[in-house]
Design a protein. Sequence first.
Length: 625
Amino acid sequence: VTVEDNILPVATCQDISIDLDNTGNASIDVDDVDAGSADACGLASRSIDNNAFDCNDVGANTVTLTVTDNNGNSSTCTATVSVEDNTAPTALCQNLTVQLDANGNASITAAQVDNGSSDNCGIASLSVSPSTFGCANVGGNTTTLTVTDVNNNSSNCTASITLEDNVPPIALCQDITIELDATGNKSITTADVDNGSTDNCAIASLSLDETDLDCDDVGANTVTLTVTDVNSNSSTCTSTVTVQDNTAPIAACLNPTISLDANGQASIGTADVFDEDNSNDACGAPYPVFVTPSTFDCGDVGANTVTLQIIDLNGNTALCNATVTVVDDTPPTIVCKNTTVTLNSQGQATLQPIEVYDSGSDNCGNVNLESVTPNSFDCSNTGNTTVTLTVNDGHGNAATCTATVTIVDNVLPAALCQNLTVGLDGNGEASISTADVDNGSSDNCAISGMSLSETNFDCDDIGTTTVTLTVSDYGGNSATCTADVTITDSLPPLAICQDLTVDLDPDGTYTLSASQIDNGSSDNCTGISLSIDPSQFDCSDVGANTVTLTATDDHGNSSTCTVTLTINTFLGISNVIITHESCLGYGDGEIEIIAAATGGGQLRYSIDGGATFQLMNHFTDLSPG
């Protein structure tokens, strides 16, 4: 028998209310909604489909209870679970400092006061009261923050609201122009500068950083206006206060002297004519602006009137006149050139400045040739001479340069010659000098020298020879002339004789030749002939005879000399004087006689026994012994 239990259990539910906790959550179990469910055979299990709730479930929620018996039969029922939120929000406030706006107003919002208020299910709204303030509220104020949650629970807190006015005033300035008084001073007030300054609340005071102005402030000055409100806020604006000085300065001028430069130009600046010490102004030292004219050239040499304008520190001007003396103290620049000057026939020459002037310039264009020194020359200056050229510019300035002047003498000497006759000397020579030929040669300066084409002559030149005389001066010039030089030989030969002793020939005669008595006769030239007189002798001439030797040269000149010719009868020996005798060892009875002859030399005779007699017969004079 199969026993079945098909009867469903009886599910019985009950409605309940639950309250969310501080976290916004709540939970239930089966017993909370089961109102006595049962089964005849007993229940095996019970369950609900939702047991957890939160803020999203506030209100009625249907929960299903499922009951299952021990035999697997089940049934359900539903219960209404009412979820409630009765927890008030947590209101948290923070103190605020609030600034008034430009209109003197300020407002706050709940969010500004809220300091993190919270609720378990969420805040629906925040509100704050009071939320608006004005200038009267500057300082501490209290406001209340009300916090309402989504389930209409609410709470509040209070905050301290410090109201501040930090809006500075609107400072409005206006530019002004003032004129210094007679003392150079001027005062201003805030009313002069204020152009309608305002504040969001109220202005407490106005002040200026500078109220007293003087000459140092002439021109644009920035003055600051300070506007302070009732809450000690301040702002500034600036005003341009234009201070005017309309009093002209006193101008005083200097009278300078200026020099033209190398280009013939000169210029001045205001400082050159501005008399700083005597120029003045009520508000300080004036200074120069311009001077006119300020440039000068060679046409302005001398006194020139110029006008100086000065200006004071405040733009007032004044004029004065100055005398500017322009001077040219720049000397000319010149270049000399070398030149050559030729002496005239009188040995004179002159030089003009233009002859050594090459080029020149001057800052004013004037180069006047003045002088050249030295400018006259004579023969003593022949050669190179340094001269100095002087120029001037017409303004009292001079310049010099030097040049080399070559003084030349181009005039030939006057060569004058004379013929002459010259005799050869004893050596067959003759010489002549320029003085012998010169016949008064001359030169415009001086003769430096003379020379001959031939000065020395000998026997070969006997006759007429043409010689050339060259006359030179110190200028290197020369001239010539010719002269006939007649060379003569008028010197007789030199006849030189020698005495001679001869023996007559065995026939009792003797013929003498010139060469026998010639002892070296000579002539200045070559070629002489000799002759003697007499030349024939005989026994009647034994003894001393005078013989004349005549020497004649090729040119007909002759001379003579005489000799003594001694003629002996046999040996022809005479005039022998025995001056010494000696017995020499030639043998028995031998002697040798050495005798000196009158004509010079020695005669040596060897005498033996047999010759003695014979010799003795022939010596006419023997010394004793």
